[in-house]
Ligand binder design. Sequence first.
Ligand code: NDP
Length: 475
Amino acid sequence: MAAHQEKTTSEERKHKSTQNDTQTSQVQWGRAWEVDWFSLASILFLLMFAPLIVYYFVMSCDQYQCSLIDPLIDLLTGNKHLSDIWNKTPTLTYRAAAIYALWVTFQLFLYVFVPDFCHKFLPGYVGGVQEGAVTPAGVVNKYEINGLQAWIITHVLWFANAYYFHCFSPTIIFDNWIPLLWCANILGYAVSTFAMIKGYFFPTNAKDCKFTGNFFYDYMMGIEFNPRIGKWFDFKLFFNGRPGIVAWTLINLSYAAKQQELYGQVTNSMILVNVLQGIYVLDFFWNEAWYLKTIDICHDHFGWYLGWGDCVWLPYLYTLQGLYLVYHPVELRTANAIGILMLGLIGYYIFRMTNHQKDLFRRTNGNCKIWGKKPGYIECSYMSVDGTKYYSKLMTSGFWGWAHHFNYTGDLMGSLAYCLTCGFEHILPYFYIVYMTILLTHRCIRDEHRCFSKYGKDWKRYTAAVPYRLIPGIF
Ligand code: NDP
């Protein structure tokens, strides 16, 4: 593991630069300093409507059997008023608040107080103390990678309870789904607001803070790059990984338990959703050290987008297929189930292999084999704010020679597979593929902007060598 770490840090050789013309432009490679009207309008739209979208989806399942159209028809024809829908919505309960508080506290405990032991006995797994990427201010943070362990402990306890202890019903999440939504919102807003105040008054690293001067933009996109409390509690790693992603598989298990309770069986579509999304979640934790080098950690500042998004958007909207299947237990024909499974697995393979190729390439500084050959690459350089010059490489082989983000293409194939498990009766389960397509296309463009600001003409050389973003020959 130590060797691995050494290679990771040696991937980028640095030199103190003297005067350099490109310095002024290249140190701007973090998040934007100025807000254009389109970004501001999008942010205001999201701040106003994202919480309503989540409510609308969950309410439509609770009150309208997951129909997205029927509530609108009821409202437009005057059959119902907003107040009728609101009055039927379950409120915050003490029970939900207790469950949620216990959940977050337990995840906090696992994150802060239980150092990773999985890397000591799982071959190939990289856990324990790991380094993140160089920040625009030239800082390299250390992280305690123990997400896989937290996931395993949580799920072992969940199954032990379901099959042995019976302290609570495995349907507990489904049964309290809307009251828990209020708790998740409280945490999401609290943590985003705290992060903003912290950014102003006691930032972890002042040089990595960004203020655009626009309150809404700063609140949404964050001020601090890597806010921390103490040496180890990292807001980004904690909120993105746990409680959100650890909960993802538990939520799906709770939906499966509800199907069993209601219909006496679990449908093959529900099993597929649990398996395919389970693979995705486990992959995330197995590769948590790799995650330190992704855009979430390397580019995004911590604001409402990540804070609220991780607490509310992710657990509520990424699990819509399982929720839908509780209301509509679809039993797929075997051929269809196999087709969907194959699509999901091929998508996962592409997603994983693309990410793996970049990781291997960067870890070994290009001294590796991709598809049996030494990879091609473009040498590039960039600056941090203190004027230090770094060198890096952009690979032009393997999936990275096909498109800038073939990992997103695989991700989208997997996302489509989740949705297809639900059949074609309703549009609600398809929200996920629509959302992921928008998210990842937008992310491609954001990443291009970032890489261009970071690498300048070197990035242009890469895009000339690899012109497509997601689908070779098309886009
Ligand atoms: P990538 O893992 O694709 O990372 C992009 C970064 O990789 C760039 O900023 C650049 O960073 C580096 N890079 C770009 N091109 C090359 C190249 N040719 N060779 C080497 N390095 C290169 O993007 P993300 O962080 O967005 O995504 C990580 C994964 O997470 C993806 O598989 C994505 O599908 C998934 N994802 C899932 C989401 C979900 O909600 N389910 C949301 C977002 C992502 P550098 O500065 O290091 O050069």
